[in-house]
Design a protein. Structure first.
Length: 111
């Protein structure tokens, strides 16, 4: 579990820096749900949630469902290896039209 929290925290910080060009106001929520709130000029445009391989579950999808409100984009970042499972869960919960999936993976290249 410690490694998953470390991975999640690392991704939150990375995404905060990467998205700073597109969103002027980025709020990190240390408690999660969502992990990042993305806004411009005080107007919230999107919520972003970072999931790990162990947290892509039907129970977690209930949280996604609550965050995927009309007029507010929900971005869920998941490990690349969990994309099929996450897509199935989104369809099962009926929120595939309101959630955008992004993927991440760690690539280590040794000489």
């Amino acid at each position: 579990m410690g490694n998953e929290k470390l991975m999640r925290d690392m991704m939150v910080e990375y995404l905060k820096k990467k998205l700073a060009r597109n969103y002027k106001d980025i709020t990190v929520n240390p408690a999660g749900n969502p992990d990042l709130v993305l806004a411009n000029h005080g107007l919230v445009l999107a919520n972003l949630v970072v999931e790990t391989e162990g947290s892509v579950t039907l129970e977690k999808a209930e949280t996604w469902k609550a965050l995927a409100r009309p007029g507010l984009k929900l971005i869920v970042m998941i490990p690349k290896s969990s994309k099929v499972r996450a897509t199935e869960i989104l369809w099962e919960k009926g929120i595939s039209d309101r959630v955008v999936l992004g993927t991440y993976e760690i690539a280590v290249q040794m000489p």
